[in-house]
Design a protein around this ligand. Structure first.
Ligand code: NAP
Ligand code: GCO
Length: 288
Protein backbone atom coordinates (compact mmCIF):
# COMPACT_ATOMS: atom_id res chain seq x y z
CA UNK A 1 0.00 0.00 0.00
CA UNK A 2 1.47 3.35 -1.02
CA UNK A 3 2.19 5.75 1.83
CA UNK A 4 -0.70 8.23 2.31
CA UNK A 5 1.73 11.16 2.04
CA UNK A 6 2.40 10.12 -1.58
CA UNK A 7 -1.18 11.18 -2.36
CA UNK A 8 -0.13 14.77 -1.69
CA UNK A 9 2.77 14.66 -4.15
CA UNK A 10 2.65 16.52 -7.50
CA UNK A 11 5.62 14.84 -9.19
CA UNK A 12 5.59 15.22 -12.97
CA UNK A 13 2.61 17.61 -12.96
CA UNK A 14 2.64 20.96 -14.77
CA UNK A 15 1.16 23.73 -12.63
CA UNK A 16 0.21 27.19 -13.96
CA UNK A 17 -0.36 29.82 -11.29
CA UNK A 18 -1.63 33.10 -12.72
CA UNK A 19 -0.34 36.43 -11.42
CA UNK A 20 2.36 34.68 -9.38
CA UNK A 21 5.32 37.10 -9.25
CA UNK A 22 4.64 37.69 -5.57
CA UNK A 23 1.87 37.43 -2.96
CA UNK A 24 -0.28 34.35 -2.62
CA UNK A 25 0.59 33.16 -6.13
CA UNK A 26 4.29 32.98 -5.27
CA UNK A 27 3.43 30.98 -2.15
CA UNK A 28 1.26 28.52 -4.09
CA UNK A 29 3.94 28.03 -6.76
CA UNK A 30 6.63 27.51 -4.12
CA UNK A 31 4.51 24.85 -2.41
CA UNK A 32 3.82 23.11 -5.73
CA UNK A 33 7.51 23.06 -6.61
CA UNK A 34 8.32 21.53 -3.21
CA UNK A 35 5.66 18.87 -3.92
CA UNK A 36 7.37 18.03 -7.23
CA UNK A 37 5.47 20.04 -9.86
CA UNK A 38 6.93 21.97 -12.79
CA UNK A 39 5.97 25.66 -12.47
CA UNK A 40 4.62 28.09 -15.04
CA UNK A 41 3.50 31.59 -14.10
CA UNK A 42 2.46 34.79 -15.82
CA UNK A 43 2.11 38.37 -14.82
CA UNK A 44 0.89 41.58 -16.32
CA UNK A 45 4.24 43.04 -17.46
CA UNK A 46 7.85 42.00 -18.12
CA UNK A 47 9.22 43.82 -15.07
CA UNK A 48 7.00 41.76 -12.78
CA UNK A 49 7.82 38.54 -14.64
CA UNK A 50 11.58 39.24 -14.43
CA UNK A 51 11.38 40.03 -10.73
CA UNK A 52 9.21 36.97 -10.20
CA UNK A 53 11.82 34.81 -11.99
CA UNK A 54 14.52 36.15 -9.68
CA UNK A 55 12.33 35.36 -6.66
CA UNK A 56 11.90 31.78 -7.89
CA UNK A 57 15.63 31.49 -8.60
CA UNK A 58 16.39 32.63 -5.04
CA UNK A 59 14.08 29.84 -3.85
CA UNK A 60 15.84 27.30 -6.07
CA UNK A 61 12.76 26.90 -8.27
CA UNK A 62 13.14 26.59 -12.05
CA UNK A 63 9.97 28.34 -13.25
CA UNK A 64 8.76 29.29 -16.72
CA UNK A 65 7.43 32.84 -16.68
CA UNK A 66 5.98 35.09 -19.37
CA UNK A 67 3.85 38.19 -19.77
CA UNK A 68 0.18 37.32 -20.16
CA UNK A 69 -2.89 39.39 -19.29
CA UNK A 70 -5.54 36.91 -18.13
CA UNK A 71 -8.27 39.09 -19.63
CA UNK A 72 -6.86 38.71 -23.16
CA UNK A 73 -7.89 35.41 -24.77
CA UNK A 74 -5.16 35.56 -27.44
CA UNK A 75 -2.39 36.08 -24.85
CA UNK A 76 -3.77 33.23 -22.73
CA UNK A 77 -3.93 30.89 -25.75
CA UNK A 78 -0.30 31.69 -26.62
CA UNK A 79 0.82 31.24 -23.00
CA UNK A 80 -0.87 27.83 -22.74
CA UNK A 81 0.63 26.74 -26.07
CA UNK A 82 4.14 27.89 -25.06
CA UNK A 83 3.90 26.10 -21.69
CA UNK A 84 2.77 22.93 -23.48
CA UNK A 85 5.79 23.12 -25.78
CA UNK A 86 8.25 23.78 -22.95
CA UNK A 87 6.90 21.83 -19.97
CA UNK A 88 3.96 19.76 -21.19
CA UNK A 89 0.19 20.27 -21.05
CA UNK A 90 -1.14 21.94 -17.92
CA UNK A 91 -2.39 19.58 -15.18
CA UNK A 92 -3.08 22.21 -12.50
CA UNK A 93 -4.42 25.73 -13.03
CA UNK A 94 -4.62 28.18 -10.15
CA UNK A 95 -6.67 31.25 -11.11
CA UNK A 96 -4.86 33.48 -8.65
CA UNK A 97 -4.47 36.77 -10.56
CA UNK A 98 -6.77 39.42 -9.16
CA UNK A 99 -7.28 43.07 -8.41
CA UNK A 100 -9.44 45.04 -6.03
CA UNK A 101 -10.70 48.64 -6.17
CA UNK A 102 -11.98 50.00 -2.87
CA UNK A 103 -14.43 52.70 -3.99
CA UNK A 104 -17.96 53.47 -2.67
CA UNK A 105 -20.31 51.96 -5.25
CA UNK A 106 -22.14 55.20 -5.94
CA UNK A 107 -18.79 56.78 -6.84
CA UNK A 108 -17.39 53.87 -8.88
CA UNK A 109 -16.95 54.50 -12.59
CA UNK A 110 -18.24 51.82 -14.94
CA UNK A 111 -14.68 51.41 -16.28
CA UNK A 112 -13.47 50.62 -12.76
CA UNK A 113 -16.30 48.12 -12.24
CA UNK A 114 -15.55 46.44 -15.59
CA UNK A 115 -11.83 46.23 -14.87
CA UNK A 116 -12.39 44.33 -11.61
CA UNK A 117 -15.00 42.00 -13.13
CA UNK A 118 -12.72 41.42 -16.13
CA UNK A 119 -9.68 40.39 -14.12
CA UNK A 120 -11.34 38.62 -11.20
CA UNK A 121 -14.16 36.75 -12.99
CA UNK A 122 -13.73 36.82 -16.78
CA UNK A 123 -9.99 36.09 -16.46
CA UNK A 124 -10.57 32.81 -14.60
CA UNK A 125 -13.19 31.86 -17.24
CA UNK A 126 -10.70 32.55 -20.07
CA UNK A 127 -7.86 30.63 -18.38
CA UNK A 128 -10.02 27.66 -17.40
CA UNK A 129 -11.48 27.49 -20.92
CA UNK A 130 -7.93 27.42 -22.32
CA UNK A 131 -6.74 24.46 -20.22
CA UNK A 132 -9.90 22.32 -20.29
CA UNK A 133 -9.37 20.68 -23.75
CA UNK A 134 -6.07 19.06 -22.71
CA UNK A 135 -7.51 18.08 -19.32
CA UNK A 136 -10.50 16.45 -21.07
CA UNK A 137 -8.15 14.57 -23.39
CA UNK A 138 -6.06 13.39 -20.43
CA UNK A 139 -9.21 12.65 -18.39
CA UNK A 140 -7.56 14.44 -15.50
CA UNK A 141 -7.12 18.01 -14.23
CA UNK A 142 -7.27 20.40 -11.29
CA UNK A 143 -8.63 23.92 -11.48
CA UNK A 144 -8.37 26.02 -8.33
CA UNK A 145 -9.98 29.46 -8.15
CA UNK A 146 -9.10 32.29 -5.77
CA UNK A 147 -12.33 33.05 -3.95
CA UNK A 148 -12.52 35.24 -0.88
CA UNK A 149 -14.46 36.22 2.24
CA UNK A 150 -16.20 38.42 -0.31
CA UNK A 151 -17.53 35.32 -2.02
CA UNK A 152 -19.87 35.14 1.02
CA UNK A 153 -19.94 38.57 2.69
CA UNK A 154 -20.20 42.15 1.50
CA UNK A 155 -18.64 45.24 2.94
CA UNK A 156 -18.38 48.92 2.10
CA UNK A 157 -16.40 49.94 -1.01
CA UNK A 158 -15.82 46.49 -2.53
CA UNK A 159 -18.98 45.99 -4.65
CA UNK A 160 -17.21 44.97 -7.87
CA UNK A 161 -14.77 42.67 -6.07
CA UNK A 162 -17.54 40.96 -4.08
CA UNK A 163 -19.68 40.52 -7.21
CA UNK A 164 -16.71 38.99 -9.02
CA UNK A 165 -15.71 36.70 -6.14
CA UNK A 166 -19.33 35.63 -5.63
CA UNK A 167 -19.55 34.86 -9.32
CA UNK A 168 -16.27 32.97 -9.12
CA UNK A 169 -17.80 30.72 -6.44
CA UNK A 170 -20.60 29.80 -8.87
CA UNK A 171 -18.15 29.39 -11.78
CA UNK A 172 -16.26 26.93 -9.55
CA UNK A 173 -19.45 24.96 -8.97
CA UNK A 174 -20.33 25.04 -12.67
CA UNK A 175 -16.97 23.81 -13.90
CA UNK A 176 -17.32 20.98 -11.34
CA UNK A 177 -20.80 20.18 -12.67
CA UNK A 178 -19.87 20.26 -16.37
CA UNK A 179 -16.42 18.58 -16.25
CA UNK A 180 -16.45 16.28 -13.22
CA UNK A 181 -17.28 13.46 -15.65
CA UNK A 182 -13.77 13.84 -17.13
CA UNK A 183 -12.11 13.43 -13.72
CA UNK A 184 -11.53 17.20 -13.55
CA UNK A 185 -11.91 18.75 -10.12
CA UNK A 186 -12.61 22.47 -9.77
CA UNK A 187 -12.49 23.87 -6.26
CA UNK A 188 -11.64 27.23 -4.71
CA UNK A 189 -9.44 28.52 -1.96
CA UNK A 190 -11.29 31.06 0.19
CA UNK A 191 -8.62 32.96 2.12
CA UNK A 192 -9.57 35.19 5.00
CA UNK A 193 -7.53 38.35 5.53
CA UNK A 194 -3.95 37.61 4.52
CA UNK A 195 -0.94 39.92 4.81
CA UNK A 196 0.00 40.60 1.19
CA UNK A 197 0.51 43.77 -0.90
CA UNK A 198 -3.19 43.68 -1.78
CA UNK A 199 -4.20 44.18 1.86
CA UNK A 200 -1.25 46.38 2.87
CA UNK A 201 -3.39 49.58 2.79
CA UNK A 202 -5.69 47.99 5.40
CA UNK A 203 -2.80 47.39 7.79
CA UNK A 204 -0.83 50.62 7.48
CA UNK A 205 0.00 52.27 10.81
CA UNK A 206 -1.75 55.60 11.41
CA UNK A 207 0.22 58.86 11.50
CA UNK A 208 0.37 58.66 15.31
CA UNK A 209 1.76 55.07 15.10
CA UNK A 210 -1.51 53.47 16.18
CA UNK A 211 -3.11 50.48 14.48
CA UNK A 212 -5.15 50.99 11.31
CA UNK A 213 -8.82 50.79 12.37
CA UNK A 214 -9.40 48.02 9.83
CA UNK A 215 -6.44 46.08 11.25
CA UNK A 216 -8.00 46.31 14.72
CA UNK A 217 -11.39 45.33 13.23
CA UNK A 218 -10.08 42.24 11.46
CA UNK A 219 -8.19 41.06 14.54
CA UNK A 220 -11.36 41.47 16.62
CA UNK A 221 -13.19 39.31 14.04
CA UNK A 222 -10.50 36.62 13.93
CA UNK A 223 -10.32 34.11 16.82
CA UNK A 224 -6.53 33.88 16.33
CA UNK A 225 -6.39 37.71 16.49
CA UNK A 226 -3.91 37.82 13.61
CA UNK A 227 -3.80 38.25 9.82
CA UNK A 228 -3.05 35.15 7.80
CA UNK A 229 0.41 34.62 6.36
CA UNK A 230 0.96 33.39 2.79
CA UNK A 231 2.49 30.19 4.13
CA UNK A 232 -0.76 29.46 6.01
CA UNK A 233 -2.36 28.71 2.62
CA UNK A 234 0.35 26.50 1.08
CA UNK A 235 -0.87 23.19 2.51
CA UNK A 236 -4.44 23.68 1.28
CA UNK A 237 -3.17 24.70 -2.16
CA UNK A 238 -1.16 21.46 -2.43
CA UNK A 239 -4.06 19.39 -1.11
CA UNK A 240 -6.52 20.76 -3.69
CA UNK A 241 -3.98 20.20 -6.50
CA UNK A 242 -3.15 16.61 -5.46
CA UNK A 243 -4.74 13.15 -5.85
CA UNK A 244 -5.64 13.40 -2.14
CA UNK A 245 -8.58 15.64 -3.14
CA UNK A 246 -9.80 13.68 -6.20
CA UNK A 247 -13.28 13.22 -4.69
CA UNK A 248 -13.68 16.86 -3.65
CA UNK A 249 -15.33 18.97 -6.34
CA UNK A 250 -17.18 22.29 -6.52
CA UNK A 251 -16.17 23.36 -3.03
CA UNK A 252 -14.86 26.66 -1.66
CA UNK A 253 -12.55 25.81 1.23
CA UNK A 254 -12.34 28.79 3.58
CA UNK A 255 -8.99 29.26 5.28
CA UNK A 256 -9.65 32.33 7.38
CA UNK A 257 -8.49 31.77 10.96
CA UNK A 258 -12.14 31.32 11.94
CA UNK A 259 -13.52 34.69 10.81
CA UNK A 260 -16.54 33.10 9.11
CA UNK A 261 -17.46 31.19 12.30
CA UNK A 262 -17.10 34.00 14.85
CA UNK A 263 -19.36 36.96 15.62
CA UNK A 264 -16.28 38.86 16.80
CA UNK A 265 -15.48 40.88 19.90
CA UNK A 266 -15.43 44.59 20.67
CA UNK A 267 -12.28 45.91 18.86
CA UNK A 268 -11.75 48.10 21.91
CA UNK A 269 -11.02 44.98 23.99
CA UNK A 270 -7.91 44.13 21.96
CA UNK A 271 -4.48 44.79 23.46
CA UNK A 272 -2.29 46.21 20.61
CA UNK A 273 0.86 45.48 22.61
CA UNK A 274 0.19 41.78 21.94
CA UNK A 275 0.78 42.35 18.20
CA UNK A 276 3.79 44.68 18.37
CA UNK A 277 6.33 41.88 17.82
CA UNK A 278 4.60 40.51 14.72
CA UNK A 279 6.77 40.66 11.63
CA UNK A 280 5.30 41.98 8.40
CA UNK A 281 4.77 39.41 5.68
CA UNK A 282 7.91 39.33 3.53
CA UNK A 283 6.14 38.98 0.18
CA UNK A 284 6.78 42.50 -1.00
CA UNK A 285 5.00 43.92 -4.07
CA UNK A 286 7.90 43.66 -6.50
CA UNK A 287 6.89 46.75 -8.47
CA UNK A 288 6.59 49.06 -5.45
P1 NAP B 1 -1.80 40.69 -5.16
O1 NAP B 1 -0.72 40.82 -4.15
O2 NAP B 1 -2.49 41.93 -5.64
O3 NAP B 1 -1.24 39.88 -6.44
C1 NAP B 1 -2.10 39.67 -7.53
C2 NAP B 1 -1.24 39.40 -8.74
O4 NAP B 1 -2.06 39.31 -9.92
C3 NAP B 1 -0.25 40.55 -8.99
O5 NAP B 1 0.99 40.05 -9.43
C4 NAP B 1 -0.95 41.31 -10.09
O6 NAP B 1 -0.12 42.14 -10.86
C5 NAP B 1 -1.49 40.16 -10.92
N1 NAP B 1 -2.47 40.61 -11.91
C6 NAP B 1 -3.38 41.61 -11.79
N2 NAP B 1 -4.08 41.73 -12.92
C7 NAP B 1 -3.63 40.79 -13.79
C8 NAP B 1 -3.95 40.43 -15.13
N3 NAP B 1 -4.89 41.06 -15.82
N4 NAP B 1 -3.25 39.42 -15.70
C9 NAP B 1 -2.26 38.79 -15.03
N5 NAP B 1 -1.90 39.08 -13.76
C10 NAP B 1 -2.59 40.08 -13.15
O7 NAP B 1 -2.93 39.73 -4.60
P2 NAP B 1 -2.84 38.62 -3.43
O8 NAP B 1 -3.14 39.27 -2.12
O9 NAP B 1 -1.58 37.82 -3.61
O10 NAP B 1 -4.11 37.74 -3.82
C11 NAP B 1 -4.03 36.80 -4.87
C12 NAP B 1 -5.46 36.35 -5.16
O11 NAP B 1 -6.07 35.92 -3.94
C13 NAP B 1 -6.34 37.45 -5.72
O12 NAP B 1 -7.26 36.91 -6.64
C14 NAP B 1 -7.10 37.97 -4.48
O13 NAP B 1 -8.35 38.52 -4.84
C15 NAP B 1 -7.26 36.70 -3.71
N6 NAP B 1 -7.43 36.89 -2.27
C16 NAP B 1 -6.53 37.60 -1.55
C17 NAP B 1 -6.73 37.73 -0.16
C18 NAP B 1 -5.79 38.49 0.71
O14 NAP B 1 -6.17 38.77 1.88
N7 NAP B 1 -4.62 38.89 0.25
C19 NAP B 1 -7.82 37.13 0.44
C20 NAP B 1 -8.74 36.43 -0.36
C21 NAP B 1 -8.52 36.31 -1.71
P3 NAP B 1 -0.06 43.69 -10.43
O15 NAP B 1 1.06 43.80 -9.45
O16 NAP B 1 0.19 44.46 -11.70
O17 NAP B 1 -1.42 44.05 -9.83
C1 GCO C 1 -10.91 44.04 1.62
C2 GCO C 1 -9.83 43.00 1.45
C3 GCO C 1 -10.47 41.64 1.23
C4 GCO C 1 -9.38 40.61 1.07
C5 GCO C 1 -9.94 39.25 0.85
C6 GCO C 1 -10.74 38.78 2.02
O1 GCO C 1 -10.73 45.15 1.10
O2 GCO C 1 -11.90 43.71 2.30
O3 GCO C 1 -8.99 43.32 0.36
O4 GCO C 1 -11.27 41.68 0.10
O5 GCO C 1 -8.58 40.91 -0.02
O6 GCO C 1 -10.66 39.16 -0.33
O7 GCO C 1 -11.01 37.40 1.84
Amino acid sequence: MANIIDKFRLDGKVAWITGASYGLGLAYATAYAEAGAKIAFNDINQELVDRGLSEYKKLGIEAYGAVCDVTKEDQVAKFVSDVKAKLGSIDILVNNAGIIKRIPMHEMKIEEWNQVINVDLTGPFICAKAVLPDMIEKQSGKIINACSMMSEFGRETVSAYAAAKGGLKMLTRNICSEYGQFNIQCNAIGPGYIATPQTAPLREKQADGSMHPFDRFIRSKTPAQRWGKTEDLMGLAVFLASPASDFINGQVVYIDGGISAYIGQDPGNLDPSKFAAEEEDDTIKVND
